[in-house]
Design a protein around this ligand. Structure first.
Ligand SMILES: Nc1ncnc2c1ncn2[C@@H]1O[C@H](COP(=O)(O)OP(=O)(O)OP(=O)(O)O)[C@@H](O)[C@H]1O
Ligand SMILES: Cc1ncc(CO)c(N)n1
Length: 298
């Protein structure tokens, strides 16, 4: 039987750490077929973003139409949007899909390296046009504060610092009132790594080990894509959020610290390949960097 087909509507990261490049790896790790509708090209590496080239609105819709008409879309993950025109195009594109299609929105605002990936008008458009359509939204703590209206986006202050005074559960409730069916506030920006899940009734805290942040570029993209994949596979939103937390956390644990001069990319696939290799061949490469081809060899 064919695996579910999951669509990422997101930006491209030329450095291969975040954006659609991370999303496709997360889809492969989850065992679903990944598809993409690219919203913007970024010229990006581990240190910064040197250029952003938005895709014309009509062409964003065209990409979604193409995959919907032939392949079908079992769940959607939405990442970097950039401009209000793109937000509106994505909203139009979602109108093409059956209304029951699970939609996961990661309201990407700032890259790990500090670059602004969403302008002010687009932020407002996300709140009015997209949040009410979401099955799950997955902001990190600074994004949650901005969406809740309590903070302006101030990239320089978005360091990974803990903020004990912030009541994350209250924030989740405030965001839920904006229309999404479920809210996950991810924990990467706090001292303790706890994802907070809210379904409109109960708060659940998803705990786990914190690994050093050295190679966490793409953790949020890996998280939201895994979540969408598991919804497509039939998991409940809470189960999907747990699977997403676990995949993102392992991807940070095995992140590639030696790639680039900044925060290295997370690595969700290599984890899977190593695990398979160890199980199937009873051995791993001393460096642990095996390709899928290596494990397919007779
Ligand atoms: N250092 C870490 N150790 C373990 N898990 C982590 C770590 N950092 C992030 N995570 C997990 O990764 C997922 C994404 O969280 P995070 O808050 O980092 O997203 P983000 O800030 O949107 O990511 P990005 O940096 O890609 O924009 C969450 O499930 C979170 O718990
Ligand atoms: C294209 C893209 N999407 C998302 C992020 C957030 O990590 C990024 N840095 N780049």
């Amino acid at each position: 039987m064919a695996p579910p087909a999951v669509l990422s509507i997101a930006g491209s990261d030329s450095g291969g750490g975040a954006g659609i490049q991370a999303d496709l790896k997360a889809f492969a790790y989850a065992g679903v077929h990944g598809m993409t509708a690219i919203t913007a090209l970024t010229a990006q590496n581990t240190v910064g973003v040197t250029g952003i080239h938005p895709v014309p609105a009509a062409f964003i819709v065209e990409q979604v139409r193409a995959v919907h008409e032939d392949i079908g879309v079992d769940a959607v993950k939405i990442g970097m949007l950039g401009t209000a025109a793109t937000v509106r195009a994505v909203s139009r594109a979602l109108d093409l899909l059956p209304p029951t299609t699970p939609i996961v929105i990661d309201p990407v605002m700032v890259s790990e390296s500090g670059a602004v990936l969403l302008d002010d008008e687009a932020r407002q458009a996300i709140v009015t046009e997209l949040l009410p359509r979401a099955t799950v939204i997955t902001p990190n703590l600074p994004e949650a504060r901005v969406l809740a209206g309590s903070h302006q986006s101030e990239p320089a202050s978005w360091a990974h610092t803990g903020d004990a005074s912030d009541d994350v559960a209250d924030l989740a409730t405030t965001l839920h009132a904006l229309g999404p069916a479920h809210v996950v506030i991810t924990g990467g920006h706090r001292d303790e790594i706890v994802d907070v899940f809210y379904d409109g009734i109960e708060i659940h805290t998803l705990t786990g080990e914190r690994f050093p942040d050295g190679a966490a570029h793409g953790s949020g993209c890996t998280h939201s894509s895994t979540l969408a994949a598991h919804l497509a596979l039939g998991a409940t939103p809470l189960e999907a959020a747990q699977a997403a937390r676990s995949a993102a956390s392992r991807a940070v644990q095995h992140g590639l610290r030696d790639i680039g001069k900044g925060a290295g990319p997370v690595d969700v696939l290599n984890v899977a390949v190593r695990a398979l290799t160890a199980r199937q061949l009873g051995a791993t490469d001393p460096k642990g960097h095996l390709s899928a081809r290596d494990i397919m060899r007779p």
